[in-house]
Structures are given as C-alpha cells and as structure tokens.
Design a protein around this ligand. Structure first.
Ligand code: 6GU
Length: 243
C-alpha cells in the first residue's frame, strides 16, 4: 500500500506514523508514506495558500490552485487513477468495513484541509471520497488521515504477525473484545478469573465469548443485532437481558 498525504503539516504525519508497527511496516516496504506539502505548490511569493472567504465570514479558506497542483503531481507520480480521500467532518463516517474496502487499493491519496476548509471547486475536480472519523470537530485533517492509515495498514498482509492477525476478525464479528489478564495472579486483592488458569481451552474459549457478549450488551448494544451468535450464545444473551 502506498499512501500519499497532501497537507500543510507533512512532518506531523511522518512523525506520527514512523513508530512501532507502522514504522516497521514502512522499513519492510509493506507500506510507504509520502507526505506532500501543499505549500510547495503555492505560486505566491510569500508561500500563502489561503485567503478570505468570498461572501465574508470568519476564518480563511485554502485556495484551489496549490491543492490542485499538489494533487496533479501525486497523480502523475502514481501514473494511474487513485482515490482521493478528503478528510472532513462532513464526510461519510469511517468504520472497519470502509477500512477493509480501502485496504484493497494499491495507492490512496489523503487530502487534509485546515482553516475553514478548501475551495469547493478543487474538491469537485479531485475528490472521490469525503470521510469523517466521527461526530466531533478537529482543527485539521491530519489526525483523521493518520487514524485511517493506521487502521487500513493493519489489514495489509504482513503488517501484523500471524499471532496478531486473528484479532482482525474480532470487530468483524460485531462483538467487543473480552478482558485480558497477565501476571501476577493476584493484584490488589483481585484474582485473575480461575477459568483462565485452568488450561481447559474449550472452557476458556466459551468464557471469552460470553464476556465479549456481556461487554457488548453493556457498552455497545447497538452492535448486537449484527453479531454472529450460536444458539447457545443467543440463550446466554437472553439470560443477561432478563437480568
Ligand atoms: Cl476528517 N476532519 C476534521 N477537521 N474534523 C473531524 C474529522 C475530519 N472527522 C471528525 N472530525
């Protein structure tokens, strides 16, 4: 997967994605990241890329020219069509299913706005997808683009080790993760659940599934209608709901 991020803050994006698993994935060539500074495509002698909004109002608007030229440069480098994802709170809300779809692409171009947004005309010309990461407002699109890159990258083959890869399926199942414990067996008087010390793998598996179901009911009941439950698990859920 090759990511291109059009931004006024390229070092923010590079710095944020060079640590840990994504840093290693870049070193291994499984993913690559190029953060392109939109300011480099200003034709203004001061390097300005924003101006006052026509019609008045607060704040500044990013001009279409620098964004257009930055995007053209990246598209020329890629050499064929690629999706251009504009990060905006007005977009479709990102989720795991969208991540799975986007992980199939060879390249993705992220466009990050600042100030009060980007001139609508270049968005009309270049953007294929408008995406938000949730119903709250951030100062710019960089953190949302980094969130998407993190989420999509862990679906790229080889980025997670085989041990971690099973975890991919957990959200897919529409259930929250079960609780985890490690040593010591007792912490501040609280013991690790006995079943986890039993070595009885079928019982452990069943306990974990039930904890996932309980937790999903408590914290995210909206997920349950699409969860895949066995008949016995459905009875367990009914029992919880009856109290
Ligand atoms: Cl994609 N951008 C901004 N500025 N704020 C957001 C967002 C995006 N998603 C949620 N809030």
């Amino acid at each position: 997967m090759r990511y291109y991020v059009l931004t006024l803050f390229p070092e923010m994006v590079e710095q944020g994605l060079k640590t840990s698993i994504l840093g290693r994935a870049q070193s291994q060539g499984l993913i690559s990241l190029k953060a392109v500074n939109i300011r480099d495509f200003s034709e203004n002698k001061h390097g300005h890329v924003d101006d006052y909004p026509y019609g008045g109002g607060a704040g500044m608007v990013m001009q279409p020219g620098p964004v257009y030229r930055a995007c053209e440069a990246v598209e020329a480098e890629i050499g064929h069509g690629a999706r251009v994802i504009y990060m905006t709170p007005q977009g479709r809300v990102f989720d795991q299913n969208m991540a799975k779809e986007l992980a199939k692409e060879e390249e993705l171009i992220f466009l990050c706005g600042h100030y009060e947004g980007i001139d609508e005309r270049v968005l009309e010309q270049k953007v294929t997808d408008c995406v938000s990461i949730g119903d709250y407002v951030l100062t710019g699109g960089e953190l949302p683009a980094m969130v998407m890159i993190d989420c999509i990258s862990r679906l790229v083959p080889g980025v997670l080790n085989n041990d971690q890869s099973a975890e991919i399926e957990s959200f897919h199942d529409n259930l929250l993760e079960y609780p985890q414990y490690t040593r010591p067996e007792e912490f501040m008087g609280m013991r690790v659940p006995e079943v986890l010390l039993s070595g009885h793998h079928a019982n452990i598996e069943r306990w974990r599934r039930e904890e996932s179901i309980r937790r999903t009911l408590e914290r995210r009941p909206d997920l349950l209608p699409d969860a895949h439950l066995t008949d016995r698990e459905r009875e367990y859920l009914d029992g919880l709901q009856k109290g």
